[in-house]
Design a protein around this ligand. Structure first.
Ligand code: SF4
Length: 431
């Protein structure tokens, strides 16, 4: 409970990176509001600033370090309290402290309690009652719910296991309670999050899995849609695929990263599967759930990737025809095996060329795939407006612009007829 609020009683939580960070920031936001602080939209005017960072890509890291430089100047003038959390925070922060001496608090990803307690202490407030149930009183209609933290896979290019640690799952009861509360507060859709969400529950006693969790939250009456992110091909079990097929509220949408099409590069990435095993997994999914929307993640320009290796990746794209590809040019991440042991030998321009080649191919594939939606009716959850256009998402996570709808439809599920398509979106009109 709040006992005293000082002049510094405004906060701003800045977030970059994945949905996990968005969900973590939301919980910090609720905790700070429980302390009695007010949200300040302009980061430059906030007394307390929390930066939730990402280092998966260099560009995300640069954004955070650039902002820290600016905030240091503000701190001198306004005495801003600066907290940095997220994946930039290493297990030892000695070096970070030397680089950024103006940061008041370094908190590991998801250490929400530490953040709230330290800010409470700084402001001489009591954090009693502010650390539990950090669910917003009013939910967005689509919410993210972290269910498993960390990753046990140790792909050679990825920094996540070093920053977020080993996999730790939330007990089923706790997730059910969170989702029930979100649903009571207005959420119609939840996305269950984990760096490797398919491995949920193996560390619980007794062991559980993602299917068990989906069956449990499927019972929540007002909830309409359940999504999950991100999958690993080796942990996408038959039971899970059958659950996606059998539970009506579970969206027929799977993001299944393949990362590279060449067996040599897959081995160097330590992904734990071959291209044929990946393709067999895709076949298994499509045989059991034929109308699934399938998206993927791909890295181009991994060290040593030859033209032939790149052609193998393009071949997978041509064979599978994903609905969307999140493609990234390889960049070294400090602390990873690849950073320590493998030379980043593909020139930047070449990585850019391969990235553009993937995007060009994908645009064509996506346009062809989207044409099948034309003149058909789909349920769309209306999310908001972009450049004065009302938009929403289909079950398969397609972006749908909606004609003849106004803002009163935001947060509602509407049936719409698809009247136009592009490679990136659909346009729907009222029936
Ligand atoms: S499975 Fe995903 S999160 Fe885990 S190490 Fe590999 S890329 Fe990183």
């Amino acid at each position: 409970m709040t006992t005293k609020v000082k002049k510094l009683d405004t906060f701003h939580v800045w977030t970059v990176g994945c949905q996990m960070n968005i969900a973590d920031s939301q919980r910090v936001d609720v905790g700070l509001k429980k302390l009695g602080l007010n949200e300040e939209k302009d980061i430059n005017n906030a007394g307390i600033v929390v930066l939730n960072t990402c280092v998966v890509r260099q560009s995300a890291e640069d954004k955070a370090t650039g902002l820290l430089g600016k905030l240091s100047k503000h701190k001198k003038k306004n005495n801003t309290f600066i907290c940095v959390t997220g994946c930039m925070v290493e297990s030892t922060v000695k070096e970070l402290k030397q680089r950024f001496p103006d940061v008041d608090l370094w908190a590991k990803p998801q250490d929400t309690s530490l953040i709230i307690e330290n800010i409470a202490d700084y402001l001489e407030l009591s954090s009693d009652g502010c650390l539990e149930n950090l669910i917003p009183d009013k939910s967005n209609f689509a919410e993210f719910v972290p269910i498993v933290q960390g990753c046990d896979k140790f792909c050679t290019f990825c920094v996540i296991p070093y920053r977020r640690g080993r996999e730790t799952s939330k007990p089923i009861d706790q997730v059910v309670n969170e989702v029930t509360k979100l649903s009571e507060n207005g959420a119609l859709e939840v996305t269950l999050l984990g760096q490797n969400v398919d491995s949920y529950g193996h560390d619980l006693m007794p062991k559980k899995d993602l299917s068990d969790l989906m069956y449990a939250i499927h019972e929540i009456k007002k909830l309409l849609r359940i999504r999950f992110l991100t999958s690993h091909p080796n942990d996408m079990s038959l039971k899970l695929i059958e659950t996606i097929r059998d539970l009506p509220k579970v969206c027929k949408f799977i993001n299944l990263p393949f990362q590279a099409g060449s067996n040599r590069i897959l081995a160097n990435m330590r992904r734990g599967y071959t291209r044929d095993q990946f393709l067999r997994k895709v076949d298994q999914i499509r045989n059991l759930v034929p109308d699934t929307t399938l998206t993927t993640d791909l890295i181009v320009g991994f060290p040593g990737e030859t033209e032939k290796d790149f052609a193998d990746s393009m071949d997978i794209l041509n064979k599978v025809k994903f609905d969307k590809v999140h493609v990234a040019a390889y960049s070294e991440r400090k602390g990873t095996f690849a950073f320590r042991k493998i030379e980043d030998d593909i020139p930047k321009q070449e990585k850019r060329r391969r990235l553009n080649t993937v995007n060009e191919l994908q645009e064509k594939i996506q346009l062809e795939l989207n044409k099948k939606f034309l003149s058909k009716d789909y349920d769309v959850l209306v999310e908001g407006t972009i450049r004065n256009k009302i938009y929403g998402r289909s079950e398969g996570d397609k972006l749908v612009y909606l004609q003849n709808y106004d803002e009163s439809y935001i947060g509602k599920m509407v049936k719409t007829k698809i009247i136009d398509v592009s490679g990136w979106s659909l346009t729907g009109a009222k029936l």
